[in-house]
Design a protein around this ligand. Sequence first.
Ligand code: PMT
Length: 407
Amino acid sequence: MMELQDKTILLGVCGGVAAYKAAILLRDMRRAGARVRVVMTESATRFITPLTFQALSGEAVYTCLWDDRIPNGMPHIELSRGVDAILVASATADFLARMAAGRAEDLLSTLTLARNAPLFVAPAMNRQMWEHPATRRNVGLLLGDGVCFFGPAFGEQACGDEGEGRMLEPAEILESLIAALTPKRLLGKKVLLTAGPTFEAIDPVRGITNLSSGRMGYALARAAMQAGAEVSLISGPVELAAPYGACVTRVTSALEMRDAVLKDAPTADLFIAVAAVADYRVEKAVSQKHKKESGKPPDFKLVANPDILAEVAALAHAPFCVGFAAESENLEKFAEEKRKRKKIPLIVGNLVQDGLGGKTNRVTLFSEHGRYPIPPGDKNIIARRLIEHIADLLEKTDAGTGRRKNS
Ligand code: PMT
């Protein structure tokens, strides 16, 4: 993932048990391409050392308002300038209170007061501290001041209590941050996607499936969420975590995928069919496991599965439909043929040897306007480029609604 390439983030860490998760968050932000500066409160250094953050960020870590490593003697100004965002994770009840009151008594609180970048906070505290009227008041004030909250989550807490107050997991905070920094090109749009393989049962233990990992579809769902869309993802059997904030429906067979898609399609603005749907299913799966002792191979008849994408594209009020074509040769010819046969405005072509199952891909878009190659790379980056391109096309379609009327 390089979604934070060219971004500089100031990570503020406060004193609480969740401070250790800030180290994981820092590592993940770096993997996403960000440059990260760390500022810790004095109490944060009791939970985790500045050296850990220095090693992970590759930069000096600051804790003190009077740090003489900053030549002009104004670290609160110097450190908050030139950053794309300030993210305080974990943010304690005390830190929220100090920010709400506009206090400037240590480097981190002074810096958030002197900032000219957006401020995000991921609170972490005991549930009673989170529910306390004073904290509720402070959160209200901070929201009114334009501070954006990530979480907290509900769950088991370090003190043994269970409730709301636990910091979001680093991966969820990272997704929220990327989303917050992404232009909202799909705001107000409902995006429906399919991803992964389907599994067509032969008997209770065997079936027909393929090598799709779901990564391309999940990356697109995540990129659409980050661009502000409401996302419904219909997923075949894969091992991936749901994109944070998306509505995920898990299905097994092509028929189940079709039912789930047709339920949501009438209200969708955009449909992206990434799933590698089995073209055929077993007409009658048997309920008992086939025994090889019978001396005969399993005997089954294959019947064609419905073409989900073509059905959606033929709806009376069809969403803007984007298909995928996975080919092993003649990509341009076969992808264009598929686009025309399924009557869709855009198809994304990829060779199976480039994109099936792995983390990277190489895709070319085919539309009535011609072919448009996207540089090869990580599927998350390709997904963001694709969403940008689709947003451009949507803006040109029916004044941005994406809908087409099929008469
Ligand atoms: O999941 P990954 O490991 O990340 O791999 C990604 C991918 C290679 C699976 C993906 O990039 C891709 O190419 N998906 C489409 C795979 C495919 O099977 O294409 P197809 O040529 O069979 O189908 C063409 C289009 O019709 C696709 O959009 C497909 O979702 C759709 N289709 C196909 C058959 C069917 N019965 N219903 C459909 O909706």
